[in-house]
Write a protein that binds this ligand. Structure first.
Ligand SMILES: *Cc1c(COP(=O)(O)O)cnc(C)c1O
Length: 400
């Protein structure tokens, strides 16, 4: 059966071969230059993953504000579980700010009400490539004299009022993992503006080890499989193989924190040359889905914030009737459409996060509502032209 992956980006075997051959060149420097161009920020470092980028940024933030007793990081209560894992890894504690179900971004008024007395930094999310209210979050951070980390793991190439996502606040990160805007299987990057934080990052990066041989070999092997199996004709096979970990959301604070391997840096740089084209295709696919289903009862579209240019790593919708949502996810699966229920719970319900939370942070009604209603649809380059019509038919075939 043909099955559309929930997210991903085509990587050709030719791209991989060229990247491996380019191993000798200064691939990381070229990638960094390209990321400076995209983000508009003067500092960029490719690293082993988005979560490694987050760990390093948070450690640098702590170093840059030494002497101040600040060990808390405010994150959206609905985001990737790697975010609190990276906070733990950096020796800090997560605090939660509720998320607005209408925009899937942190509710700026809820953020403004937080107790900032021990807060080191605030982290954005920009889930599915949809920009958050970053200018407002930035000004709340400035008012409270805390740092801001713009998490653009899913939003590489997105903008808000002409400014790149990842470039708000003091530092940002991108991810090149499997379901992100570009993919090197694992990988990521730090971007930052000039200043104390950047100097601290420079010294951390100078000491950062290179990737281990086993990690490099593993990532190369997985890349070859990914390259072949993201195609709808083969994805159905690979998604059944348990060791791929496809579609799972786990809390795991142990992972390599190293430089990005050279062949992965070369592969990322090659994909970045096509970033505009890749994201324009995702945006077209998202608009076609929106057009096809916006009139269907019981389906809510997510509002983009004013001035946003989203990149739609996925196309999120919300289905209010919980039982209908479960039936609908099963119907999409049977139809070979990789619709996803996204993160299954708000961070407040992840046991490793819950243990250190103050009681007030556990409520997060908006984030609970998102976890109970969200469905994401694929937008990647393997989506066929009839996908919007098929999605519409599946939804209509699953009435409330
Ligand atoms: C994927 C993701 C991360 C972590 O990136 P990895 O490269 O998977 O470590 C962080 N934040 C968000 C919002 C993500 O989606």
């Amino acid at each position: 059966m043909s099955y559309l992956a929930p997210a991903g980006t085509p990587v050709s075997l030719g791209d991989i071969a060229l990247a491996v051959a380019a191993n000798e060149a200064d691939a990381r420097a070229l990638l960094a230059e390209s990321l400076r161009g995209i983000s508009g920020l003067p500092v960029a470092f490719p690293v082993s993953s988005g979560r490694a980028a987050m760990t390093l940024i948070l450690q640098a933030m702590r170093n840059a504000t030494q002497g101040v007793a600040r060990d808390e990081v405010i994150v959206p209560a609905y985001t990737c579980y790697s975010v609190p894992a990276a906070i733990e890894r950096a020796g800090l504690k997560p605090r939660l700010c509720d998320v607005d179900p209408m925009t899937l971004g942190m509710d700026p008024s809820a953020l403004a009400r937080c107790d900032f007395s021990r807060v080191l930094a605030v982290v954005s999310a920009n889930l599915y490539g949809l920009p958050n209210e970053l200018a407002v979050i930035e000004s709340v951070c400035r008012d409270h004299d805390v740092l801001m980390l713009d998490d653009a793991a899913q939003a590489l190439g997105a903008k808000l009022r002409g400014r790149s996502i990842g470039a708000f606040g003091d530092a940002g990160l991108y991810s090149f993992d499997k379901g992100k805007i570009i993919s090197t299987i694992q990988g990521g990057a730090i971007v930052a503006r000039q200043g104390l934080l950047a100097s601290s990052l420079e010294s951390v990066f100078a000491e950062l080890p290179t990737a281990g041989l086993a990690d490099k070999a593993g990532n190369l092997a997985k890349l070859l499989i990914y390259s072949i199996c993201l195609r709808p004709q083969l994805y159905d096979l690979i998604r059944r193989v348990p060791f791929t970990g496809l579609g799972h959301t786990i809390y795991e604070p142990r992972y390599p924190v190293t430089r990005l391997a050279k062949f992965q840096a070369a592969l990322a740089a090659a994909q970045l040359k096509r970033l505009g084209e890749l994201n324009a295709g995702r945006r077209r696919n998202a608009m076609a889905l929106q057009e096809a289903i916006s009139d269907l009862p019981g389906v809510t579209l997510v509002a983009t914030v004013p001035g946003a240019e989203p990149v739609f790593a996925r196309f999120p919708i919300r289905i209010h009737d919980a039982r209908r949502r479960v039936r609908l996810l099963a119907a999409f699966d049977r139809a070979g459409i990789g619709a996803s229920a996204s993160y299954p719970a708000p961070l407040a319900d992840v046991p490793q996060v819950a243990i250190s939370l103050p009681p007030a942070d556990r409520k997060c009604p908006g984030s609970r509502e998102i976890a109970a209603t969200i469905v994401t649809l694929p937008t990647h380059a393997y989506c066929p032209p009839d996908l919007p019509a098929r999605v519409r038919a599946v939804i209509r075939g699953c009435p409330a």
